[in-house]
Design a protein around this ligand. Sequence first.
Ligand code: MG
Length: 310
Amino acid sequence: MKLLFENWRKYLNEAHGLKTTWDDVHIDDVFEIVGSTCEDGRKCITFKPSDLESKLANKPSVTLDPERVEGAELEHPLIVVVDRDTEEYQYIMDGNHRYAKAKQLDAEVQVKELYTDEYENLFITKLRVFDFDDTLAHNVAKIKVINTKTGEIRTLDSQKEFEAYEEKEGETLDFSEFKKVPEETPPIEKIIKIFRNLVEHPGKDRKVMIITARMAAAETAIEDYLENLKPPIDTRKIEIVGTGGASKAEVVEKALKKLPSVNNFIMFDDSEKNLTDVREMMKEDFPNIKVKLRQPKIEDGEVRVPIFRH
Ligand SMILES: [Mg+2]
């Protein structure tokens, strides 16, 4: 079966006057998300054409080529875009000919739902990732090393010290300070400016993420911190992920798998290890994506953001 997006591209243009760059998006990218048949992936829902039509916010209304309607194969599911928040059916993204044929025959159709956020992800071509500590803000939280026998506490004061730390018996690490972001945490203005500029000029084809090694519990604290900056940064469109110390490369990989059209990736992170991991993963898994890595450095109070070349 070779289904191209022409069906719905034409449909959307004619029915809704939408003008978007579809060129890099392919139905196979949708199949990756929902599966291509009713036997695989997301479950199919059976509808009578009239019931489906009454559920759709945008009714199918385009005149279709009768020959293609005739040739449509009803066992293939339709793809319907569904609003993630309201669950309202939006329109038939793929399968208008099948729908028309089922209507003529009064036969049932199979539907696979694709959520609006998944749909929007198909068109994102640029991913921008920022670390939080010592990238967007000067880190004031400390990792504590607790001697479980004596109760003695010392701290690891930098990313470098943490990476160099080797676990010893009788010692446990305490990350509890990393659950919060105290309001007095100084922002790194130079990078906040870049970040703010991306967030305040949102592009439909661009996604901005913060990936931090902090635990997931810190995600809200980071959001609050950014919302409390002057002027505030609107975090609604930003995805914040706390890996809890797990590999950032894995998180980036997972994000990119949901963004099949990305061809350009930029990451800001002060950690050489994170940048090296991500670079290796990108080379291996996404060799066609253009990658630019930037490593913020603070020397004598001066912030520089050189391109990471190692
Ligand atoms: Mg950092």
